[in-house]
Design a protein around this ligand. Structure first.
Ligand code: ADP
Ligand code: MG
Length: 421
């Protein structure tokens, strides 16, 4: 399928061409016609599958019709959990919409509110916002929703994880009832479906990959290491392999700072991003990382959410995440949009339980390596995943396991399947 066959106006087609996209991604193929039709949508797709263009392109097309935004009004509201993600979506909106006479802006906390109020005063066709700052602006009468046509919740599962449910409910209560709703999420948890009930009307549901599986173009492996040697192993890996751009995940803000210092001390350019860093410092670190001025970006899960860096070659799990689903999100940062990527986890004996949880969730055993010279004192026990038991079951009881025809052999247990609304 081509972008041309999706009925998008030429202004958008030429912008898409300038981005270098040759054809729509699977989620774009499915989502774009639904959004164009004005229907509500619930879409599940892994990170890096092109969800942003999946909703932005058809929304821009729809906005070309209808009345432009009046003072303080907003026609499309895109809510997203983090500042970085908000900035990134707005960048996409500007790129895709560069040939259209539409106004857009982005608002998030951690920076001055006054300039945001000034921009909103003129009215914007598209507003990208994080929930907290949007509510502040609403309370100060800087934004109005009388003209609101569409609400987009991007990374909705993340918003719930990050505790935005009350903010979201408050925002919903001040929006006009008649509107189009689009809900995007990497996965549809029970909580997401609960939220969706009070949000979308007769939504079209699209989904392009099974839940909790990791993208195929990502090579994953583990180094079995001593906890105390993780930092030196990471530095050695970076130097020995001459890695130029590595995103490293750590558990805590403190751990991020400590590791960054250690890398810098070994002459490896690095910066940390986490919630205690100022917005300026986070934006700067990300920008420097993107252009290759710093090699290593050390991030906590929350700070890294939704960050899109083109062709990120390496992701390192310095600590395994406590929530197994975060593993899937983390490694989704590499191998984006069809590029090859590597995910390397440094795992110590104490993390064995976390490793087992991840392997159970993704239904695959991650291959292990030992870094010569850094042999673990207490090696990891064997995983013994019961994947081999589950697989034959799939063929024998195909009626039960093919719940929605999307590779159910990868599913973990029936209570985790995607229900229908
Ligand atoms: P998601 O929101 O699903 O995580 P994004 O919308 O951030 O994914 O897109 C991921 C990357 O893929 C971005 O760098 C984007 O520019 C790129 N991309 C999006 N659509 C296409 C396409 N049709 N062809 C090639 N690359 C694309
Ligand atoms: Mg996204």
């Amino acid at each position: 399928m081509s972008f041309e066959s999706l009925n998008l106006p030429h202004e958008l087609l030429s912008a898409v061409k300038d981005q270098g996209y040759s054809k729509p991604s699977p989620i774009q193929e499915k989502a774009i016609p639904v959004v164009l039709s004005g229907k509500d949508l619930m879409a599940a797709a892994q990170t890096g599958t092109g969800k942003t263009a999946g909703f932005t392109l058809p929304l821009l097309a729809n906005l070309m019709k209808g009345e432009r935004a009046k003072a303080n009004q907003v026609r499309v509201l895109i809510l997203t959990p983090t500042r970085e993600l908000a900035a990134q979506i707005h960048e996409s909106v500007m790129n895709y919409g560069k040939n259209l006479p539409l106004r857009s802006t982005v608002v998030f906390g951690g920076v001055k509110i006054n300039p945001q109020m000034l921009v909103l005063r003129q009215g914007v066709d598209i507003l990208v916002a994080t929930p907290g700052r949007l509510l502040d602006l609403y309370q100060q009468n800087a934004v109005r929703f009388k003209q609101l046509e569409v609400l987009v919740l991007d990374e909705a599962d993340r918003m719930l994880d990050m505790g935005f449910i009350h903010d979201i409910k408050r925002i919903l209560s001040v929006l006009p009832a008649k509107r189009q709703n689009l809900l995007f999420s990497a996965t549809f948890s029970k909580d997401i479906r609960k939220l969706a009930k009070g949000l979308v009307n007769n939504p079209v549901e699209v989904s392009v990959s099974p839940r909790n599986t990791t993208a195929e173009n990502i090579e994953q492996y583990i180094y079995d290491v001593n906890k105390s040697q993780k930092s030196i192993v990471l530095s050695t890996l970076i130097k020995d392999n001459n890695w130029q751009q590595v995103l490293v995940f750590v558990k805590t803000k403190h751990g991020a700072n400590r590791l960054t210092k250690q890398l810098l001390a070994r002459n490896i350019s690095a910066a940390a991003i986490h919630g205690n860093k100022s917005q300026g410092a986070r934006t700067r670190a990300l920008a420097e990382f993107k252009v290759g001025q710093i090699k290593v970006l050390v991030a906590t899960d929350i700070a890294a959410r939704g960050i899109d860096i083109d062709q990120l070659p390496y992701v390192v799990n310095f600590d395994l995440p406590h929530v197994s689903e975060d593993y899937v999100h983390r490694i989704g940062r590499t191998g984006r949009a069809g590029n090859e990527g590597k995910s390397i986890s440094l795992v110590c004996n104490e993390e064995f339980k976390l490793l087992k949880d991840i392997e159970k969730l993704t239904q695959q055993i991650i291959s292990r390596k030992i870094y010569s010279g850094f042999e673990p004192l207490t090696p990891l026990p064997p995983s013994g995943l019961d994947i081999r038991v589950i697989k034959p079951k799939k063929t024998k009881k195909s009626k039960i396991s093919h719940m929605d025809g999307q590779g159910s052999g990868l599913r973990i247990s029936s209570h985790k399947k995607q229900g229908s609304l």
